[in-house]
Design a protein around this ligand. Sequence first.
Ligand code: F6P
Length: 334
Amino acid sequence: MSGLTFAAYLRDATRAHGALPADLIQTLETTADACCQISAALKRGALAGILGQAGSSNIQGEDQKKLDVISNDILLDAHVRGGHLAGMASEEMDDPFPIPEGQAQGRFLLLFDPLDGSSNIDINVSVGTIFSVLEAPAGSDAAEVAPFLQPGTAQVAAGYAVYGPSTQLVLTLGHGVDSFTLDPDSGDFVLTQEGMTIPAETQEFAINMSNQRFWEQPVQHYVGELLAGKTGKRGKDFNMRWVAAMVADVHRILTRGGVFLYPLDTKTFAKGGKLRLMYEANPMSWLVEQAGGAASTGRERILDIAPNGLHQRVPVILGSRAEVERVVDYHREI
Ligand code: F6P
């Protein structure tokens, strides 16, 4: 199947797994087109005068970059024109964004982090777009938060685009994980890897070590074992990587294995964690599970969490199954 364009792949997925609803196919194609536009804006960078701060902040109190706002607008505009969604929710917007009256509407809800890891933009390092698709409950109002508050197990599609040396789109529809590379000449995403699989065992971990003194005991214990390397209980050396863009760190894990941790710590305890459930943890957890890995807060499976807010934060431990299970065990035992 390698070499298929994204549109042809979606038609084929329909053949292999039963009909995908037309408005889901349009949602995914429009999201891919929007990611292609975001990729083009990122490539122009300083030439287009779009680096730096927007001078505003989002609901999380984080300063918005110009490219956060531009990426959010690209996704909103594309999907308002698309006519296949009931509404959207984004890291960059306090409230849900229902498709305006007078525009064609569909039955799906799209949640996204338009530009994940945006502190990397000004230093020209990888960033990404993360998205999750849910079906709006019948009769629900997409201007309300309630229809969006579905657990990760209810997702009908999830994926991300990673804007690195090449732009890649990684997608799950619940039948494994496939990856597409943007052909800069044709503007098409082309299938380049089918069935991404995370090895159960790994020798690589990703965590912001500068937070070590704030972690809970189970994570202190786990990372301590990794750092002890060959001379410690694990009997092997571990390597550490931290891109500080979840998309890039998870992409590495989907590609060659590893474990990613943004655990609960005393800095983020009051907020429930650092990463956002609805448009970061849920889509990434589903991708990781679909690739044979696991995803947990340390205390529960991320996909089972009953959400209580659009911008809810959770601890995230995901990646190679054996490592995630070990961290979960330590949360029970220590
Ligand atoms: O969305 C938040 C985020 O930028 C993630 O993409 C990334 O994993 C994390 O924050 C980086 O956090 P820190 O600033 O602690 O390195």
